[in-house]
Ligand binder design. Sequence first.
Ligand code: HEC
Length: 196
Amino acid sequence: MKFLVLAIPVVIISGLVACSDKIDSSSNKVESAKLVATIQDIMVAQIDPAADALWESVSSTTTAEGTEDKQPRTEEEWSIVRHHAITLAEAANLLVLEGRRVAAEGKLLEDSHVPGVLTADQVQKKIDLDPHRFANIAYEFQDYAKEALVAIDARDTEAFLIAGGKLDQACEKCHQQYWYPDAVNPAKFPPLTTHK
Ligand code: HEC
């Protein structure tokens, strides 16, 4: 009977090993990821919705009638924004994985009709020229997502609002360098995000 109890975990572990591609046997860590999505997919499916939800959860609006502060209040509301901050922080890792393509073959990037907006091939070349530079910008973005996470865990609305603003700037920094570096008139091409 004792033998049976011991045998079950062994079978499970060896089953896991058999399923994975490459496992470093010394640490049992997977060495390579199996990529599914493009950068464009990650922007649209993960980063954009998580960032929007995070930004929309907190605001301070001053009108003639006074100031209206919107912020997460219940545990459930804080927990929802926490999940979005985690999505953003980990999405940075997804962006920089080796082999990640900018977009699927033939896919147009958003705003591709605007003068100065690069094509997917051009963005790809820019990233491939110096992937570490791209990664540094992604990790800077991750730092702000982590800052938001710390603020959320401390239930510190003010710090959360500040981290949200820095996140917005980090989106812009990457986009200005990799997506629309040659936009003719940046004043006519405001940031995608119109939250305030
Ligand atoms: C490390 C770089 C990087 C960061 C940080 C980044 N992006 Fe992007 N994003 C890109 C690149 C490169 C493109 C152009 C390729 C594309 O269109 O997906 C892009 C494109 C997009 C697009 C257009 C997708 C499409 O359909 O073509 C959206 C929307 C977007 N980003 C949202 C965001 C938001 C919101 C943030 C911040 C919360 C953000 N991104 C942060 C690199 C970044």
